[in-house]
Design a protein around this ligand. Sequence first.
Ligand code: GLC
Ligand code: MG
Length: 378
Amino acid sequence: MDRLNGPADLMIVSDLDFTMVDHDDPENLALLRFNALWEAHYRHNSLLVYSTGRSPTIYGELRKQKPLLTPDITIMSVGTEITYGESMVPDDRWKQYLDHNWNRETVMEETAKFPELTLQSETEQRPQKISFYLEKGKASKVMQALSKCLEKRGLDVKIIYSNGIALDILPKAAGKGQALKFLLEKLKAGGLIPINTLVCGDSGNDAELFTVPEVYGVLVSNAQEELVQWYAENARGNAQIIHATERCAAGIMQAIVNFSLGRNVSPRDISDSMFKRKNLSPGHEVVMFYLFYERWRRGEVENSEQYIQILRSIFHPTGNFVHPSGVDQPMHQSIDTLVNLFGDKRGIDFHVWVDRVSFAEVSLGSWLVKFDKWESSD
Ligand code: GLC
Ligand code: MG
């Protein structure tokens, strides 16, 4: 959070499965469009927060499978675990707070009385989250009965049904919405309340996010029945919340347009971007460069000397490219090697994206830009 010098322009708090990530799109096109937009225009002054039902274990698996950017803050296990930064430092205060009047054993005893409940995998059982599978048709009845049982035992719990299949039991003070409120309080205390906050979700455990005061919200077009129903009953008249017509990450970008939250054209949506270049920021330049690199190697742009000339003109004659291995070479030399790579990835599902772009002016007009560059080809 201290990466920024002041309050974030925009804080995006997004669910992952079927919100940021579209599991029905093996090419991850919308996600890659979002990534380019974020790194080009938001990374340097905004905060990216993932709020997922996943435990740390299977969150880690998703990070390996999909081109997800590195978030600033990660809220996992349905708002019961908050971590900060890339090294994912846990918020122990939040954990302690949730322990109040929470008793795992009692919940286990009571849930054992319901044969309709099937325990989820071991990884998804967390200190303050117990998760089951439960058939949709039986959900409301079981939830009511279970809630009564737990109340009788004097526990303050929250029961949440998601994706038409998953049932989570958490301390009452937990959940995605409560975790976000806690985070906003914390930012406020440090004078860092974001100028705008946008929450994004698709299923039952995301409903709470939309109840946090003063945030904008988007239900992606593919939202689950339980969330759409919640929206119809609770939020339809609220102009700060929309049900997008676009799926997943494209729905998030639609919300950025709808609520005028800042730049909304992904560099990926600009064809022939090299000729339409605008000198916006070093971060933007890096995104544009690698976008061109992808298109060049896929053979999707014209094999023209003009492009190479424009590239050469962007980089200062003495500019250097330093690889993590320590190899250091003039940028113009890197551009020369690019010439021979034209079309070598033609017909392949080849994608390039950058993550964690940061920049600083080291002397007048000279910028040091750092970033991670990723490539995937299937
Ligand atoms: C994720 C979690 C699962 C939880 C579900 C709904 O899929 O892995 O444990 O039940 O989200 O919150
Ligand atoms: Mg989801």
